[in-house]
Design a protein around this ligand. Structure first.
Ligand code: PMP
Ligand code: GLU
Length: 397
């Protein structure tokens, strides 16, 4: 007899992971699917990083690592925060985990009690809501649409705060919209937060290096809230290392210690070989990061142009990350062979089945009028995918 916990029964599966799997299953059956669903760089991990991993194997890094991460990796992370973000941390404020998703899960797990409210600006990344719910917290979603460039205003933040607010969970550059908060915009949010001394700020900066408007700004830079910020980052996106599963954060010592305790009972830390590879990523030549960013920028320009050429779609030009989140609701109410399309979900299924392109429906990100396209793939595939999309949408009546 199946008797799963309520905790897992009430957890929704990740829509990004599910769509990626659906696309892989179709590909395995020989269908020529262009997968624009999952967000991962299509580049190979740079050679110097792979060499460091091979060396770690030869050097017998085959024993359990320190639970919160190897000292040389923590040192590299401290230096990265100083060099790139002008944030000062001590090694005891850093915890290395099995991907930024795991860092986020750990942080929420040690902070959120039943009924604690976590403010989440929408459109949000799929996993935020479910992770908060897994911790029995209450997500408080603040909607910001196209008109406000998909960014939460200080007024919206102020209005969402209640005596139960435990944390704000913010993502810039944003998955799924590509919106990037400017220094001034972050400062305005920080000023509100400074007046509410018990609210913690969890800042997901995993797309830091995929930025088309210049430098990255972290909300943790503001002295009035720095002591309450957790900055989450990782090597997945910046160094094309999604499969290596290394994420990390910088936080107040009490949060880092709690996460170390949690990891001590759950994972015993992240894979040794991947940690050594991450040292090479963070301390080595950063040209690979700039090269990949250049390619993403070219693809961003391309896909925005291609989408603008499709009647009825409206697209916000992303300032960072590698997603576009076009509004597709003009097609709701139309039909194909008598099947009505009433939602982003319906439209994505139609496009998967009839155009063989995989995208993620907007429902998963808290904006059902849009759909997410990852453009972390080749220019040729983007051109072909948008051609298929234009044709398929044109067949709807
Ligand atoms: N945050 C955001 C916004 C993401 O898009 C991702 C991508 N998976 C993650 C965190 C987690 O990244 P990873 O676990 O691969 O480090
Ligand atoms: N962050 C990526 C995405 O949103 C990877 C998939 C995942 O980890 O959910 O598609």
């Amino acid at each position: 007899m199946e008797s799963l916990s309520n905790r897992i029964v009430s957890l929704s599966p990740s829509a990004t992971v599910a769509m990626n799997q659906k696309s892989r299953d179709l590909q395995a059956k020989g269908v020529d699917v262009i997968n624009l669903s999952v967000g991962e760089p299509d580049f190979f991990t740079p050679d110097h990083i792979k060499e460091a991993a091979k060396k770690a194997i030869d050097d017998n890094f085959s024993f359990y690592p320190p639970v919160s991460g190897f000292p040389d990796l923590k040192k590299a992370i401290v230096e990265k925060f100083k060099r790139e973000n002008n944030l000062e941390y001590k090694p005891e404020q850093i915890v290395v985990s099995c991907g930024a998703k795991h860092s986020l899960a750990n942080v929420l797990m040690v902070l959120i009690d039943k009924g604690d409210e976590v403010i989440i600006p929408a459109p949000y990344w799929v996993s935020y809501i479910e992770l908060v719910k897994l911790c029995e917290g209450t997500p408080v979603v603040v909607h910001s649409g196209f008109e406000s460039n998909f960014k939460m205003t200080p007024e919206q933040l102020e209005k969402a705060i209640t005596p139960k607010t435990k944390a704000l969970l913010i993502c810039s550059p944003s998955n799924p919209t590509g919106a990037v908060y400017s220094r001034n915009e972050l400062q305005a949010l920080a000023e509100i937060l400074a007046r509410h001394e018990t609210i913690l700020v969890i800042s997901d900066e995993i797309y830091e290096h995929i930025n088309y408007i210049g430098g990255h700004e972290s909300i943790a830079q503001f002295g009035n809230i720095k002591e309450r910020c957790v900055v989450i980052n990782g090597v997945s996106k910046s160094y094309a290392m999604t499969g290596w599963r290394i994420g990390y954060f910088g936080a107040p010592v009490w949060i880092a210690k709690a996460c170390e305790k949690l990891q001590g009972q759950t994972t015993t830390g992240a894979t040794t070989i991947a940690q050594k590879a991450s040292v090479a990523a963070l301390t080595g030549d950063q040209e690979c990061v700039a090269d990949m960013n250049k390619a993403f920028k070219r693809r961003k320009d391309l896909i925005v142009r291609l989408i603008n050429d499709i009647p009825g779609l409206r697209v916000y030009e992303p300032d960072g990350a590698f997603y576009v989140f076009p509004q597709i609701s003009a097609y709701f109410g139309k039909s194909f062979n008598g099947n009505r399309i009433d939602s982003s979900n319906d439209l994505c299924i139609y496009l998967l089945e009839h155009a063989h392109i995989a995208m993620v429906p907007g429902e998963a990100f808290g904006d059902p009028g849009c759909a997410r396209i990852s453009f972390a793939t080749s220019d040729e595939k983007l051109v072909e995918a948008m051609k298929r999309m234009k044709d398929a949408l044109g067949r709807l009546r």
